[in-house]
Each structure stands twice: as C-alpha cells, then as structure tokens.
Design a protein around this ligand. Structure first.
Ligand code: ZN
Length: 532
C-alpha cells in the first residue's frame, strides 16, 4: 500500500535563520490569560524619540516625558488588544503580543483561512487607534483650560496616534493596511491573485518610503523598511527562497548548501558547526535532514537522537523522529511521535499533517481528511500538504476537491507540487491512478513542465513501469538537459530493463552535468555496480 512520508521540514528548517531570530528578539514582560506580552528591543527607540522631542531640563519636564512615553506605549498596546479581542471572537487563539517602536504585532496561533474574519481582525487595531486619537483630542480640549503642560501631552498623543494610524493603514504588507488589502483582494479575486496584487501595491510604496528615508536621513524609517521587506518576501515562495538563500549564504553556509540541494557539502559545514557548538540543536537537525536526502537513514537517526537528548521538547526534532519511523514504514511509531509533537505545540499544523499522513497510509480516509484540513488551516503555504490531501480526496471519490488541491499546490510551488525528494518517493507507491489523473491535467495546461514529466516518471519508476518511466525522463531531459536527477532516474530504469549500456551512458552524464557531491558519488557507485 502507498506510503505518505512527507517532508515538511525541507522547507521549515532553513527559515529559522539566526538573522531572523536577531531581528525578532524580544523580552517577555507579562502573561495575561495565556497571552504573552513581549517588548521588542526597538521599543528603546521610543525613549530616545520622546527625549529628543521633549528635551526635559528638570524633574517636571522628566515627568511629562515619562507620561507621554507611557501614553504612547499604552496606545500601541491597546491597538494590539483590539486585534487580539477580535481574533478571540473569531475563535483564533492569540499566542503573544509584541510591542515595537512603530506599533505591535499580534501573533495568532494560526490565521483564519477565510478572508472575512482576517479582515475584521486586522481592521480592529486601526479602529482602536482612531478611538484613542479622538478621546485624546477631547481630553486636550478639556485640559487646555486647566493645565497647558498636560494638555500638551494630550496633543502629542493625538499626533502620535495619527502617525500610528497612517503607518498602520498604509497598504503595505504586513502592516494592517496591507493585510486588510490582501484579505479584501482574496474576497474578490482568490488567494494567489491576492498575494500578487498585495505585492504589486506594497513594493512601490516601500521603495518610496526607502527613498524618503535616504533623502531625509531618517534611519528609523529605513530600519522599519527592512522589517517590512523581510515580511513581504514571505508572501511569495520564490522571493522567500531567494531571501533565505541570501541570508543563509551570509550567516549559515550549511543552510545555503542545503537549500541548493548540495547535501554532502551542507553536511561538511554542519559537522564543523557541531564541533564548534556541540549543544546547538539546529545543526543536528539540519545534518539529519541532509542525511535523509542522501538516503543515509542510520546517520540521520543518530543525529536526531543526539538532538532529542539536548532538546526533548523541540517540536521539529520530535516531528523529524516521527518521519524517520515513517520512512522505515513503522506507522505506529511515527504516530506516537506525532502525538508527542502535538502535545508540545497543540496549535501547530505539522503534527496534524503527520497524523493525517499516517492515517492515509492505513486507508483511514475520513479521519485522514479531518487531520489534513486542520493542518492546512494552520499552515497554508506548504504545497506538499495540498498534494497529500488531493490523494485523500481522490480516494474518497471527490475528484473536484482533488483537482482544487492540486491547483493550490501548483500555485504555491511547481517543483514541490510535482516532484518529491528521493527518500520521499514512497509517497507514489500504489498511486498510479491518482498520478495519471493529476499529471495529465498539469501537462495539458503546461506542456513544457519538466517537473511534471520528472514527477510522473518517478511515479512510473516506483511502480515498476520502466518503459513509461524512460519515456517521461526522456521528455523531461529534452526540456532540461542539465538536470542530473533525470539522468539518474532514467539510468536506473534502464538498469531495471537490463539495458546496461544505456544505463552507463546516463550515469556518466550525471558526472558531466553536476558538481553536487552526493549525486556524483551515487553515479560512480551505480557505474561500478554495472561492471561485470
Ligand atoms: Zn495593527
């Protein structure tokens, strides 16, 4: 029966780059009804800003500055409370509220899949800011007659709330305005167009802001733009990949080679990093992922066990342990690890995905569908989730839903929707019918997609249909003659048909087209095995 090992971490691990951690570092200051309140270090800028505006010379001046500062931070806080309250009303749990110098972030445990509740959640903050501005203005009118000093604070707070409002309703993702725009566009035009439209509007405005920042030497504004730029990149998988590649190249070379698919080199960098910092879990996780890509499951297991000793409650590590069980076809073991991951982080989509996949392996389609629905409502950007759900829909006879999921996956990433890593090819076992339907649809719409030919060729190879596999690998190679993976696949198919000369020619071609160490080693090993 078919297996559904699924490698979410191929995409999740590199995101946890150190630079992202640095930029998002914050203190936890309180815990209110399960919601963490955190201060981002950029809040320190507000102190400098308040000092430079009021320039207090005596105790009274200091007091006024302090009240104004508190009022400002309180304004930001109440803005976020607005978001959080509406989120709770919409049934979404709020994990934390982070206050930073130009506003705040409300971290939801997941984003509602439907655009309308999202629109309400993101509109709530600016609405609170408008209310605050109006009330400070009313207070100013009242205090103006009594005390000019305190009236001045109110006027200052009105100004700050107006600035906050303007910044937050700019149609730039991920500011409230940009998110409202995205939700609105999704209501009108659907998700993938919504992301494109949001980027098309956000980026020119952002470029304008950067220009303004450079022109006026406003470094706070420039700093702010960097944050936004990083956030915008998450809207589109391809830009996200480029940002990740660039950051990894600068800060984490192992991650860079991993993203490039050069796993042997990534392992070398990981090993060096582990020698320097043997207590850092991330390096073991990354190296284990590399080993799995190179089909060295035992080495991967050793690294995961090491990581578990250091951090037994790390969700990614526990998930990875479950995945190794699943690759080894130990469904029950895998299920237990996914359960543990679910207990560690009940809001995460990953354990739901793991459980759903195990249930699919056991042909429990309805429960599998329920788990996968939960996984996708929590993590909407991974193509693989939609691919696996489309298989469930297909088995349940719901062809329309299956096709819809295939399209969603394609919109997210053509490569991830149509091909799988080598260790993950067992996904295709026993799914010839589903694959025939899926790839025929894709190739009808995209006749030049070599990913589609490669994916379908892999399906045929896994299901022992070697003639058809060779045909599809050949078509893919006509479109992309420099992809080593295709020569390997076709060579192995020739081997299975005992056409050793053709096989040898393909394996030699691998050595010509790629510098990736593990692929070269495989080709050399396969060539050696051909010799009588
Ligand atoms: Zn907001």
């Amino acid at each position: 029966m078919g297996r559904n090992s699924r490698r979410f971490w191929a995409e999740v691990i590199p995101f946890k780059s150190s630079i992202m951690k640095f930029l998002t570092w914050s203190w936890k200051v309180a815990h209110v009804r399960g919601v963490e309140i955190r201060f981002h270090y950029s809040v320190l800028f507000t102190i400098i800003a308040a000092y430079s505006i009021f320039r207090p010379v005596n105790l009274h001046g200091g007091l006024i500055t302090l009240i104004a500062l508190t009022g400002f931070i309180l304004s930001i806080f109440l803005h976020e409370v607005g978001h959080a309250l509406v989120a709770k009303l919409a049934g979404v749990e709020v994990k934390s509220v982070v206050i930073w110098f130009l506003g705040g972030f409300t971290n939801l445990s997941y984003e509602p899949e439907k655009p309308l509740p999202r629109l309400a959640i993101y509109a709530a903050g600016p609405f609170v800011t408008i209310l605050l501005g109006v009330s400070f203005f009313a207070t100013y009118f009242y205090l103006r007659l009594i005390s000019s000093g305190y009236a001045q604070i109110c006027l200052y707070l009105v100004t700050l709330n107006v600035i906050l409002l303007i910044f937050n309703i700019l149609p730039v993702y991920p500011l409230d305005g940009g998110r409202m725009l995205q939700a609105l566009m999704e209501l009108l035009f659907g998700k993938s167009s919504a992301n494109l439209i949001t980027m098309a509007i956000s980026i020119p405005i952002l470029i304008g802001l950067i220009g303004l920042g450079i022109y006026s030497h406003d470094y706070i504004l420039l700093f702010f733009c960097i944050f936004i730029l990083l956030a915008i990149s998450t809207l589109n998988q391809r830009t996200l990949r480029w940002v990740n590649l660039g950051l990894s190249y600068l800060f984490r070379r192992a991650g860079y080679y991993y993203l490039q698919g050069d796993y042997e080199r990534a392992v070398q960098y990981c090993t060096r990093a582990i020698e320097r910092k043997p207590q850092q879990v991330n390096n073991y996780v990354l190296r284990a992922a590399c080993y799995l890509h190179m089909l060295q499951n035992e080495d991967a297991l050793l690294d995961v066990q090491q990581a578990l000793e250091i951090a037994p409650k790390n969700e990614i590590v526990v998930m990875l342990r479950g995945d190794i069980c699943s690759i080894e076809k130990d469904s029950d073991g895998a299920f237990e690890w996914y359960e543990l991951a679910h207990q560690i982080n009940p809001n995460s989509g990953l354990p739901y995905f793991g459980r759903g996949s195990v249930r699919l392996d056991k042909n429990e389609y309805q429960p599998a569908l329920e788990d996968l629905n939960k996984a996708i409502s929590r993590l909407t950007t991974l193509a693989l989730f939609y691919v696996v759900r489309s298989k469930v829909h297909y088995r349940l006879g719901n062809l329309e839903a299956a096709h819809q999921d295939q399209d969603s996956a394609l919109h997210l990433s053509e490569k991830d929707a149509l091909t799988h890593a080598d260790f993950n090819l067992q996904v295709y076992e026993g799914y010839l019918d589903w694959a025939d339907d899926c790839y025929a649809r894709v190739l009808f719409k995209r006749p030049r997609s070599w990913y589609a030919y490669q994916g379908r060729a892999d399906v045929y190879y896994v299901n022992h249909e070697y003639d058809k596999a060779i045909l599809d690998y050949t078509k893919a190679l006509e479109i992309n003659p420099r992809e080593p993976r295709l020569y390997l696949g076709r060579g192995k198919s020739y081997c299975a048909r005992a056409e050793m000369d053709c096989a040898a020619a393909d394996f030699r071609q691998v050595l010509i087209v790629t510098e990736k160490l593990h692929l070269r080693r495989w080709a050399e090993e396969l060539l050696a095995s051909l010799k009588p």
